[in-house]
Design a protein around this ligand. Sequence first.
Ligand code: GRF
Length: 199
Amino acid sequence: CRLVVLVSGAGSNLGALLDACADPAYGATVVGVGADRDGIDGLKIATDAGVPTFVERLRDHPTREGWDRALTRHVEDCAPDLVISAGFLKLVGPEFLARFEGRYINTHNALLPAFPGMHGPRDALEYGVKITGATLFFVDSGVDTGPIIAQVAVPVLDSDDVASLTERIKAAEREQLVEYVGRLAREGWTVNGRTVTIP
Ligand code: GRF
């Protein structure tokens, strides 16, 4: 199974996927890594692993549609079976979704539909929930609204601040991502409405 991973930051999820892919039994290979910005650790992790990278910055395109088209072309050129947003901080556009919906997954650092958006751990902490977690889902045209593949619960401790909660979620999130990308890669999947089935 050919994977393309999109990143905007530290790339710890990408690193975990690359480690897993080192075992042939895992059944997947990262064939390309894309980013929306230069100079991030995620790109360095890819380069160090010998994986081809590309960068498409929104500000280099006069329109968001142009950026979306360029990103779509880059990903298409890698001929992926599955595209993974691993901390990719941009919403893709209609062209990307037309091409990859049902094959484009994202990991979010809260238990959706609670706390969508950019600040999952902070919002969970501010609300005062006792359990939060991470959600793996197929991206649709909404913000963190697509069909859910898997969720993992993470306790919120009284002593938590945003940083400590973020790290606890990320550890569980990485494990979940690696486990389910492997299952999707090896076993395939179907999406029927909101129901995701891994045979
Ligand atoms: C993940 O926690 C993801 O949910 C959030 O950003 C983080 C990505 O971290 N949107 P990294 O770049 O993989 O380390």
